[in-house]
Design a protein around this ligand. Structure first.
Ligand SMILES: Cc1cc2nc3c(=O)[nH]c(=O)nc-3n(C[C@H](O)[C@H](O)[C@H](O)COP(=O)(O)O)c2cc1C
Length: 366
């Protein structure tokens, strides 16, 4: 039974959905779908372990949303057609079997695509070559190509595709909710980021303009899934290809971003930082989680970032989080909740798990 950390094991709410505890698995791309983006039996067994291990919520890896430019990696699962969405259903059943809830993360790569079976080339808010290099463990190599600037029609099409993918996730996949991937350098974050969005139309300019695609996506997803289904959005400062990025507008930017997303009708905001408890800007001040709590009243907050130590996790509940999401901590301890409630030791993360390719390893499906 839970002992030292009772609040971690108390029920939590996101929108209308009650979670058995505050512990979530963070979205993690493991490139183990078929080439066609259909989820596999290996994925079912991998995801089931987290629910069996006591997590109250499993957020899936990012699934691509259309058969155009959204696919990010080869062997990434999709939610772009009925076959892909239906393929998620046994995984959702396996997650439900042990009492956890299942949320599908939906994603568009934008300029960071490094493996797309549908189209050649990449698209983005502006034709700016991404910083950094492609990820080897997702079969990429060398610099990212320079993307083509999206047309207004393409932006509208992507907004609609997020909605369609969300509807497929709920109707065919059986998911309890959806999370829009607005973080970590992918398409929606490319719109939000000043140096990758050089547009002068309604999708660019100041923070409101740069956030407007995310707002429209949130509305499109809400419209597609209805009022009762939880809808969340993930937000970060850092990116997979620009780890240390900080919002130049600092707290005023955070106020606008979180306030606007709350007004757009999301049920939760998933805030991810490298170390979630650290000041969001500069050497001191509030964490990004506590700023989200402050500026998005009434919206549930999920905190992520190096929170595998239960003392830290508890601290973030005190800082305003409703749910704690673990990434690498869940990979090395798929039964983290059971271990912590049973006073058992935790394993440290072993990078070899993701080498040479980040696909699901045999040891993870026992
Ligand atoms: C292998 C791997 C794959 C990831 N894939 C995704 C993803 O699909 N979507 C996403 O939003 N974040 C993704 N992330 C980021 C994690 O959700 C999380 O933010 C990150 O691991 C930091 O949390 P942690 O310190 O608990 O590991 C991934 C991380 C890892 C390690």
């Amino acid at each position: 039974m839970p002992n030292e950390y009772p609040s971690l094991f108390s029920p939590a709410k996101i929108g209308n959905l009650t979670l058995p505890n505050t512990l979530a698995v963070a979205p993690m791309t493991r490139v183990t779908a078929t080439q066609e983006g259909v989820p596999t039996e290996t994925m079912r067994r991998y995801y089931e372990r987290f629910s069996r291990g006591g997590f109250g919520l499993v957020i899936t890896e990012g699934s691509f949303i259309d058969e155009k430019f959204s696919q990010t990696y080869a062997y990434q699962p999709g939610l772009a057609n009925v076959e892909q969405a239906t393929g998620w259903s046994p995984i959702v059943d396996a997650i439900h079997a042990y009492g956890a809830r299942a949320v599908a993360q939906i994603q568009h790569a934008g300029a960071l695509s490094q493996g797309n079976r549908y189209r050649d080339g990449t698209i983005a808010p502006s034709a700016v070559q991404p910083r950094g290099e492609q990820m080897n463990f997702y079969r990429g190599e060398g610099p990212y190509p320079t993307p083509r600037q999206m047309s207004d029609e393409e932006i509208i099409d992507v907004i609609n595709s997020f909605g369609r993918a969300a509807a497929l996730a709920i109707k065919n996949g059986g998911f309890d909710g959806v999370e829009i991937h607005g973080a970590n350098g992918y398409l929606l974050d490319q719109f939000l980021t000043d140096y990758t969005n050089l547009r002068h139309d309604r999708w660019g300019g100041n923070v409101e303009g740069r956030l407007s695609v995310s707002v429209e996506v949130a509305k499109s997803v809400r419209c597609a899934v209805g009022e009762q289904t939880p809808v969340g959005i993930r937000i970060s400062q850092g990116k997979v290809n620009d780890f240390m990025h900080r919002w130049s507008e600092t707290e005023a930017g955070a106020e606008l971003i979180f306030g606007t997303l709350a007004q757009a009708g999301v049920d939760y905001i998933h805030v991810t930082e490298f170390e979630a408890w650290k000041p969001a800007f500069g050497e001191e001040g509030h964490s990004l989680v506590s700023l989200a709590r402050k500026y998005a009243p009434g919206v549930a907050i999920i905190a992520n970032g190096n929170l595998h130590d239960p003392v830290r996790a508890l601290e973030m509940l005190g800082d305003g989080a409703d749910v704690i999401a673990l990434g690498r901590g869940a990979l090395s301890n798929p039964d983290w909740p059971h271990r912590v409630s049973g006073d058992m030791a935790l394993s440290t993360f072993d990078r070899d798990l993701l080498a040479p390719i980040a696909d699901i390893k045999a040891a993870e499906v026992v």
